[in-house]
Design a protein around this ligand. Structure first.
Ligand SMILES: *[C@@H]1O[C@H](CO)[C@@H](O)[C@H](O)[C@H]1NC(C)=O
Ligand SMILES: *[C@@H]1O[C@H](CO)[C@@H](O)[C@H](O)[C@H]1NC(C)=O
Ligand SMILES: *[C@@H]1O[C@H](CO)[C@@H](O)[C@H](O)[C@H]1NC(C)=O
Ligand SMILES: *[C@@H]1O[C@H](CO)[C@@H](O)[C@H](O)[C@H]1NC(C)=O
Ligand SMILES: *[C@@H]1O[C@H](CO)[C@@H](O)[C@H](O)[C@H]1NC(C)=O
Length: 368
């Protein structure tokens, strides 16, 4: 045996052993969806040997915990927070996210008062009818290092200058903490829904004022409009659900967002990259205008894929996307379920997502 063929032999044995380990229970595969329930806007974080999942339940914030990223049907489940009645944040509890910042836990979420039914003398100001005019962003705080044991209490509303705000997330950067969310230009626009950024002084306080707020992205491309390519008026054209995604090798910072409209087949993911030093400077962001980077796959009946969150395999070696999608695109929001797939990276450092589907796929590496 030559030295190089010996090395090849060792590599082969190692890959068989590791592959065996990764797939050591069941047949080593999983299928989508990963939760057998109508569910949308998934958000996953890995912490101390567990994955934590939360998603939109509308009425409360529910937290699930599991050692498996790809099977949530038997996961532990707890009520993280129940909104009080009669407040500006009592209904339509959407897109919660759980973040660990400076040793404590923060849940950032969307809510509105009384299912946001604007009276006629509010609605009259809107360019189109505007049932989302009172949607705003809020924060809960849970002290300590354990998100399962922490008691979460209402902390604050995030200042969005008394304007529409949904799907907010934190963007972490060496220059500080930022709030990036889906916004309108003005209080009564209704459409388009853009992506806005403001600077925070802590996880529950926006430090920048309205004149400093920047619009990072507007749904201007045909694939961001609803229906596709709509030539005039911006009704239903959205940029929403922004998520920070860092390339673990190059350190490049991406903002992956959802485009078009969440209730139909064309919902998809778009990409911005921070190519300069200042997240508050619009010129420091580069938008990928030429199309969605993750989108419907008719061959596998996977439609309306978006609102993603990102995590790693248990051994930290693989990157995974958790997103929602629909098998039957004619059923709108009620057709959505939560799915997961492995993704890789392109040579230019941007994420390389697979086509969405149902599997079976290999389980995440290191998952028991
Ligand atoms: C686990 O098994 C599946 C199906 O055979 C395969 O696709 C996947 O690559 C395996 N995973 C690992 C880490 O070897
Ligand atoms: C693996 O197990 C899953 C769930 O039991 C099943 O749906 C799938 O068909 C199996 N795959 C193979 C290749 O046996
Ligand atoms: C949270 O809200 C969902 C949706 O209404 C409901 O099914 C679930 O029972 C609620 N959880 C608790 C603990 O009340
Ligand atoms: C509730 O929301 C309305 C509309 O944004 C606002 O004018 C009012 O001050 C809010 N109430 C509280 C208690 O924050
Ligand atoms: C907003 O902040 C900028 C920079 O700190 C300041 O110059 C400006 O006067 C502020 N505007 C308002 C309306 O407070």
């Amino acid at each position: 045996m030559t030295v190089s063929s010996l090395a090849l032999f060792i590599a082969l044995i190692a890959s068989l052993v590791l592959g065996q380990y990764a797939n050591s229970t069941g047949n080593g595969t999983f299928t989508n969806p990963i939760l057998d329930a109508v569910s949308a806007d998934p958000w996953v974080i890995q912490h101390d040997g567990y994955y934590y999942l939360t998603y939109t339940t509308n009425d409360n914030i529910t937290l699930l915990r599991s050692q498996s990223l790809t099977d949530w049907n038997t996961a532990e489940k707890k009520l993280l927070w129940q909104p009080p009645k009669g407040m500006n944040y009592s209904t339509d509890i959407w897109a919660p996210e759980l973040h660990s910042i400076d040793g404590n836990w923060y849940v950032i979420f969307t809510a509105d008062p009384n299912n946001d039914t604007p009276p006629p003398e509010v609605d009259m100001w809107c360019d189109f009818n505007c049932p989302a005019v009172f949607h705003r962003m809020y924060v809960l705080e849970g002290l300590g290092s354990d998100p399962w044991a922490a008691e979460f209490t209402y902390k604050a509303q995030l200042n969005t200058y008394d304007q529409f705000a949904i799907d907010g997330t934190y963007f972490r950067h060496s220059s500080g903490l930022y709030h990036i969310y889906s916004c309108w230009y003005r209080q009564y626009d209704a459409w388009p829904a853009n992506l806005c950024i403001t600077k925070m002084s802590n996880p529950w306080t926006v430090g920048s004022n309205f004149s400093e707020r920047q619009i990072l992205s507007i749904p201007t491309n045909p694939w961001e409009k609803t229906p596709y390519g709509r030539p005039f008026n911006d009704r239903l054209s959205s940029n929403e659900a922004p998520q920070q995604l860092t390339n673990p090798t190059t350190g490049q910072e991406f903002l992956i967002y959802s485009a078009a409209r969440s209730d139909n087949r064309n919902y998809c993911l778009g990409q911005l990259e921070l190519v300069g030093d200042d997240p508050m400077n619009v010129q420091d962001w580069r938008k990928k205008d030429d199309g969605c980077i993750f989108y419907q796959n008719a061959k596998e009946e996977a439609y309306g894929v978006g609102h993603a969150s990102f995590t790693k395999s248990p051994d930290g070696k693989e990157d995974w996307i958790v997103y929602h999608g629909m098998r039957d695109p004619s059923n709108g929001w009620a057709a959505r379920t939560i799915r997961a797939q492995r993704f890789e990276w392109n040579a230019d450092g941007s994420p390389k997502f697979p086509r969405p589907g149902y599997g079976p796929y290999g389980v995440p590496s290191g998952q028991r």
